[in-house]
Design a binder for this molecule. Structure first.
Ligand SMILES: [Zn+2]
Length: 450
C-alpha cells in the first residue's frame, strides 16, 4: 500500500513523506486511553461547567506531556447550566416523569397545568384552547424548536414537553436555537415511552395534568477552544477540528469524545514530522449549544490561507469522504480515494449539511470536508443521553477511523493540485440554498445573508 501511494505521490510531484500503514495505531491507543480518563474522571463536558474546564486542562496537560504546546483560546458565549429539572404527572395519577430541560430554558417556580396534544406543532395542529396549558409535542415535528416555542408562547402556552424520537427510556439533551436567547417558556425532552403514554391518555379524553419546575438557567460564560499548531513547510493551513464539549447527562464518549480522541491521535502521530503544509488541530467548545467555539475560531481567522477545514463530529469508520457542497474540492478527494489500497465503498460525496463546526468556516468562505462514517447503531443510539459512555466506544473504532483520517490529512497537506482559497459570499450563499438549508438556518436565527 505504502509503495503504491509513494509512486502516486512521486507522479504528482509530492515530496511529503507518506506514513506507512499502522502509523497512527500507537497514537490511537494513547488517544483511547486518554479519552477513557477524561470520561471517567470528569463525566459530561457541558460547556461552562467545572467538568468541561477540568477536562480541557487535562487534555492540554496530556498534549504537553507529549512535548507539544497547545494554545488555550478563550471566548465568551451565552451559556446554560442544568439545575434540578422536576416534572411530574399529577392527574390522572401521580408519577415522576423522566425529563431533561432543553438548553436555554430559564428557572421557574413550580406550576401545575393541563397538558394538550399539539401534534407536530404546526399552527393548524394547536388545540383551540391552549392558553395556560402545557403542549405535548410529537417526535416527528419538522419545525425548529425556536419557531414552535415562539408560536406556542404567543398563544399563551406555559410550557412544552417534547417527545424523544429514540425509544428505550432515553432523553435527548438539545439546544433550542442558535441565538442563545432564553426560551420564552420552559421546554423539556420527555422519554418516548412516557410521552406516548400521555398522548394516549389525552386522545382518550382523559384530563392530564403536570407539575413542572427547574433551576436550570442561562448565564454568560467564558470558555475556551484548544488549538495545536503543527508547523509545515508552507504557511498554508489544513485545519482539523472536532468539538470537545458534550452534553451533561452521560460522558460524551461518542459525541464527541471520539473526535477529541482522533485529534489527539493525530497530534501524537504527526508531532515532529516533516509536513508539507501547516496542520492546525482545533478542539472546539460550545458546539452543542450553537457552534459557539467554531464561530469564534472562524471569526478570528481573518484572511489566513486555509486549504480546507476537516470536521470530525462523530466520525466512525468512513464509507465516503464529503466535499460538503464545494465542487472545487472533489478532484482532490477523488485523487486521494483512488490512490487508496482499499478505496472507500461510497467514494466521494458532495452534499452540504448543516449543524456542526464546519458551518461557521463555510460561512467564512473556507472550504470544508467531512466523512460519511457511521458508528455502529448499538453505540450511536445513546448520543446526548446517560448511556453515551466510554464502554460504548471500542478502541478499535478510534484506531480504524484515525487510520483513514490521518492518511487523508497527509494527502491534503501534500496535494499540490489544491491551493488555499476562499469562496465569494455569493458562492457561499448558494452552497446553502442549493441544498435547501436556508429555511432551517433562518428558523433558528442563524442566517447571515439577506
Ligand atoms: Zn456532536
Amino acid at each position: 500500500m505504502a509503495k503504491r501511494i509513494l509512486s502516486l505521490a512521486a507522479s504528482l510531484g509530492l515530496t511529503c513523506a507518506v506514513l506507512a500503514a499502522g502509523a497512527f495505531d500507537d497514537g490511537s491507543s494513547a488517544a483511547h486511553a486518554m479519552l477513557t480518563r477524561l470520561c471517567d474522571d470528569f463525566g459530561g463536558r457541558l460547556t461552562g461547567s467545572a467538568a468541561n474546564r477540568g477536562a480541557l486542562t487535562r487534555l492540554a496537560d496530556e498534549l504537553r506531556a507529549l512535548g507539544l504546546q497547545p494554545e488555550v483560546v478563550p471566548f465568551k458565549m451565552p451559556g446554560w447550566e442544568r439545575g434540578a429539572d422536576r416534572v411530574a404527572l399529577v392527574a390522572p395519577f401521580d408519577r415522576r416523569l423522566r425529563v431533561a430541560a432543553l438548553a436555554y430554558t430559564q428557572p421557574h417556580r413550580a406550576f401545575e397545568a393541563a397538558v394538550v396534544d399539539m401534534g407536530g406543532g404546526k399552527p393548524e395542529e394547536y388545540p383551540v384552547d391552549c392558553k395556560g396549558r402545557i403542549g405535548l409535542l410529537g417526535a416527528s415535528t419538522v419545525l425548529q424548536l425556536r419557531e414552535i416555542a415562539r408560536t406556542a408562547a404567543e398563544r399563551g402556552m406555559r410550557g412544552l414537553l417534547f417527545i424523544n424520537r429514540e425509544g428505550g427510556g432515553q432523553l435527548l439533551a438539545r439546544s433550542s436555537s442558535f441565538t442563545g436567547e432564553p426560551l420564552p417558556f420552559p421546554a423539556y425532552s420527555i422519554t418516548q415511552e412516557e410521552g406516548l403514554w400521555l398522548q394516549r391518555l389525552l386522545r382518550r379524553g382523559e384530563s392530564v395534568r403536570v407539575r413542572m419546575e427547574t433551576k436550570s438557567r442561562c448565564r454568560e460564560i467564558e470558555t475556551a477552544n484548544l488549538v495545536l499548531r503543527l508547523p509545515g513547510r508552507s504557511p498554508e493551513r489544513v485545519i482539523v477540528g472536532a468539538h470537545f464539549d458534550s452534553w451533561d447527562l452521560g460522558q460524551g464518549a461518542l459525541d464527541n469524545g471520539l473526535g477529541t480522541a482522533q485529534l489527539f491521535a493525530l497530534a501524537h502521530a504527526l508531532r515532529g514530522r516533516d509536513l508539507a503544509r501547516t496542520v492546525e488541530l482545533h478542539w472546539f467548545n460550545g458546539e452543542e449549544q450553537g457552534l459557539w467555539g467554531s464561530r469564534h475560531a472562524a471569526a478570528v481567522l481573518g484572511d489566513a490561507p486555509v486549504v480546507a477545514m476537516i470536521n470530525l463530529d462523530m466520525v466512525g469508520v468512513s464509507i465516503a469522504v464529503n466535499a460538503l457542497g464545494d465542487a472545487s474540492l472533489v478532484p482532490a478527494l477523488e485523487r486521494w480515494n483512488a490512490a487508496r489500497e482499499k478505496p472507500l465503498s461510497l467514494g466521494v460525496q458532495n452534499i452540504n449539511w448543516f449543524g456542526s463546526d464546519h458551518t461557521p468556516y463555510q460561512l467564512a468562505g473556507v472550504r470544508a470536508i467531512t466523512f460519511n462514517a457511521p458508528i455502529p447503531r448499538e453505540s450511536v443510539r445513546y448520543y446526548h443521553d446517560l448511556a453515551d459512555t466510554i464502554d460504548k466506544l471500542p478502541a478499535q473504532i478510534v484506531t480504524d477511523s484515525t487510520a483513514v483520517i490521518g492518511d487523508f490529512v497527509l494527502a491534503i497537506c501534500a496535494d499540490t493540485g489544491l491551493r488555499a482559497e476562499r469562496r465569494t459570499p455569493d458562492a457561499t450563499e448558494k452552497l446553502f440554498t442549493a441544498f435547501g438549508l436556508d429555511r432551517r438556518m433562518r428558523a433558528i436565527g442563524y442566517w447571515p445573508f439577506n
